[in-house]
Design a protein around this ligand. Structure first.
Ligand code: ATP
Ligand code: MG
Length: 410
């Protein structure tokens, strides 16, 4: 019997995981600088958290949730996103009123699999609770930009918009969209009834054309929301954070109440060009049973970031050994001893223990891209030293242990 992975999921192989480690390490470094703390929440939650939290009319809830009944008949979901679970944990563990949190882990959505779109994917996200000021929005957006910079992705575009429309805007929008019915896709016709604003965000070209002249949300904002939005833009400018205002950007989740943002890249297809997205959601904590608490956050998709980096040829060799030990079969003990002494010195060392030919051991060292090789053969043992070969320059010298350590740490 031969098994294969399920459709839409993937194995991330050791060739690719260094890029993943790089992304996670850089993001965690930025979280440390901004004083955000790691929160780990379960992968499974009860379904109500998402139907309530993300919104019944969102694509995620309507068609993308992996849900099942457990052995006691409870209706469970593999989390499709991180925010609802973090909010639940924030309320349940009395973490308020203020908390700056980040999380990382797998999310599950039953989507049509394609490049950059999987049924199980990995997100790193941030949620900040208890601060309603525009400084917090600006800080969170600046932090997102800082992560993208630290990871080494260049040329991404920050799109921003504000979703705090004044009463009456949705009726106005709906009336406009009614006149465009013949040009809208089936999906949009459904959305027109329930969440007209989502029609603005359709990726279908004909729909995009049809909504060009739609009344813009940014020209119909509540007065205090407008002032808040203007201040955020001022703060972004003051920190040199370039952005583009995109009044048609609405995001796929129902909980956003204020400024939303997305970082897009032209390095992936048009259907999956968003690498990081988020926004302010001031009602969700209350909606899920907590005290009314302002909140803002974002999530980034590791797969898409990794695809951008590898597409640009930016490979990361995080776990390349410093030294590979090539030992004669008769001197495996000496090799093993050296291996452990090197590791105790904080040097990344590797060796294979089969006592194969020098040629095959050298081949292994090359395939691992080891920076140095240490050879232990009869000559070296007689001389009481090791032969250290620099694999880049090709130079070789007979040296003692201290000298190896010095050379490698140079
Ligand atoms: P999209 O518009 O691309 O479907 P989304 O609005 O559904 O994205 P969010 O729920 O905001 O995305 O998730 C944030 C990030 O997570 C996205 O910007 C993307 O990088 C990543 N992401 C979302 N869905 C997937 C998926 N199915 N596979 C891989 N990454 C994903
Ligand atoms: Mg989506």
């Amino acid at each position: 019997m031969k098994y294969q992975r399920l459709r839409g999921v993937k194995d991330v192989l050791p060739d690719s995981t260094p890029v993943w480690e790089h992304i996670i390490t850089k993001a965690c470094g930025v979280f440390g600088m901004y004083d955000y703390r790691l929160l780990i929440t379960p992968t499974i939650e009860e379904i109500g958290l998402f139907t309530r939290g993300i919104g019944e009319s969102s694509d995620i809830v309507m068609k993308e949730m992996y849900d099942f009944k457990d052995k006691k008949g409870r209706h469970i979901v593999l989390r499709p996103e991180g925010t609802a679970g973090v909010v639940r944990a924030y309320i349940e563990n009395n973490m308020g009123p203020k908390a700056n949190l980040f999380y990382l882990g797998q999310m599950f959505r039953y989507e049509r699999p394609q490049a950059g779109r999987y049924r199980e994917f990995f997100q790193i996200g941030v949620e900040s609770f208890g601060d309603a000021t525009p400084y917090k929005d600006a800080e969170v957006i600046r932090m997102a930009a800082g992560i993208i910079e630290a990871i080494g992705i260049t040329g991404s575009i920050l799109n921003i918009n504000c979703l705090a429309a004044e009463d009456g805007y949705y009726d106005k929008l709906k009336a406009f969209l009614e006149t465009k019915r013949p040009h809208l896709c089936e999906d949009c016709l459904n959305k027109l009834e329930r969440v007209p604003i989502r029609v603005l965000d359709c990726k279908n070209e004909t729909c995009k054309k049809a909504v060009v002249d739609a009344p813009l949300i940014t020209q119909n904002l509540k007065p205090d929301a407008l002032a808040h939005y203007v201040k955020i833009k001022e703060l972004l400018n003051s920190t040199g954070t370039a952005f583009v205002e995109t009044p048609t950007m609405v995001r796929g989740l129902d909980y956003y109440t204020g400024t939303v943002f997305e970082f897009t890249t032209d390095k992936l297809g048009p259907q999956q060009n968003t690498i990081l997205a988020g926004g302010r959601y001031d009602n969700l904590v209350e909606e899920l049973g907590g005290k009314k608490t302002p909140a803002t956050g974002f999530a980034l998709g590791i797969e898409r970031m990794a695809e951008v980096l590898t597409g640009e040829g930016k490979t990361v060799d995080l776990n390349v050994p410093d030294i590979f030990i090539v030992a004669d079969k008769a001197y495996l003990n000496e090799g093993y001893g050296l291996l452990n002494k090197l590791r105790a010195q904080g040097i990344k060392a590797a060796m294979s223990f089969e006592g194969n030919s020098f040629k095959s051991q050298f081949r292994e060292a090359e395939s691992k891209k080891s920076r140095f090789v240490v050879v232990i053969g009869e000559n070296e043992i007689k001389a009481g030293n090791f032969a250290l070969k620099n694999m880049k320059s090709g130079t070789q010298q007979l040296v003692d242990f201290d000298c190896i350590v010095k050379e490698v740490k140079k």
